[in-house]
Design a protein around this ligand. Structure first.
Ligand code: SAM
Length: 288
């Protein structure tokens, strides 16, 4: 590969940005990863065979992309910043046949690429802090489920993804991600390993596809509606959230209260106490 760029040097990155007249956007979470060790941890965790199709969200100027291409992977990269796109297209990976750049907002572009390419073998990215959880939720909701995904995320978002019932971080996103994946922490990356350093700490997480989803496909839609209802207001009891939500409207008070009893759920419990098997029991008690 002709592009020989020192991605680990903040000074070299700053010089490139200055030469190109770029200013970094906080809105797009533009913090470049300097740590080679972190890059290798991400690439190693992807465990995909050479020639596999992989998506990278937010390549920036290519710190991770270059290692992915060195592994002989076919990389489809989604980048919103037109200036970075120009560098990727005209300099970094100009003559690289395995590099396909999709210019624009991932949230708007990914669906067409999914239709054209199908689900990739893996997805990775050092995700922009503000849109990281939305990108992951969209993929899971649309059932775009590669065997493995590895993301660098704001630690708070990573904790929510990995949270178990009973913890403060447990949220609809924790449930959504654990239906299809086992999500584990690979490492933390201190702010000093980015240029410019963000205010928040980062965590690298690996998603590994389960051999079977925890919710049967035909019950998934109702299950997610139930979860949405349960978490409408975190401080409210399960009973009150359910009665006020779409399930309450569908079934009425008597049936909801009877279903809670049949599923052996305390009416005053909070949604964050209930794991997937208990939620499935409640769904079953509603004959869904
Ligand atoms: N991958 C590079 C690295 O690790 O050095 C850059 C990571 S930086 C945290 C996030 C990247 O995502 C930036 O290049 C930013 O422009 C891009 N980005 C932000 N929002 C995006 C979106 N909605 N769709 C595609 N790319 C986005």
């Amino acid at each position: 590969m002709a592009w020989d760029f020192r991605y680990e040097s903040a000074k070299v990155i700053a010089e490139l940005l200055e030469e190109q007249g770029f200013s970094l956007s906080k809105k797009f979470g533009q913090n470049f990863l300097l740590s080679k060790h972190a890059v290798h941890t991400i690439v190693d965790a992807l465990k995909v065979a050479p020639n596999s199709r992989l998506w990278e969200i937010g390549p920036g100027i290519g710190a991770l992309t270059i290692e992915l291409l060195r592994q002989d992977l076919q990389v489809t990269a989604f980048e919103i910043d037109h200036g970075f796109c120009r560098i990727l297209r005209e300099r970094a990976f100009k003559d690289e046949p395995n590099f396909l750049l999709v210019e624009g907002d991932f949230l708007k572009t990914w669906n067409d690429i999914h239709v054209a390419q199908g689900t990739p073998a893996a997805i990775c990215g050092n995700l922009p802090y503000n849109v990281g959880s939305i990108c992951i939720a969209k993929l899971l909701e649309a059932q775009c489920l590669p065997a493995v995904m590895v993301f660098t995320l704001q630690t708070e978002v990573a904790d929510r993804l990995m949270a178990k019932a009973g913890s403060k971080q447990y949220a609809p996103l924790s449930i959504l991600s654990s239906i299809d994946y086992s999500v584990t922490k690979l490492c933390s990356i201190p702010s000093s390993q980015f240029f410019p350093p963000p205010r928040v700490e980062s965590t690298v997480v690996q998603f590994q596809l389960l051999s079977q989803p925890k919710v049967e496909p035909e019950r998934r839609k109702d299950f997610l509606t139930l979860v949405d209802d349960m978490f409408t207001q975190r401080r409210k009891t399960v009973r009150n959230n359910l009665l006020a939500g779409s399930m309450g409207k569908l079934f009425g008070k008597e049936q909801i209260l009877a279903a809670l009893d049949n599923a052996e759920i305390d009416h005053s419990a909070r949604a964050e106490m209930l794991d997937i098997p208990v939620l499935l029991r409640l769904l079953g008690a509603l004959n869904l």
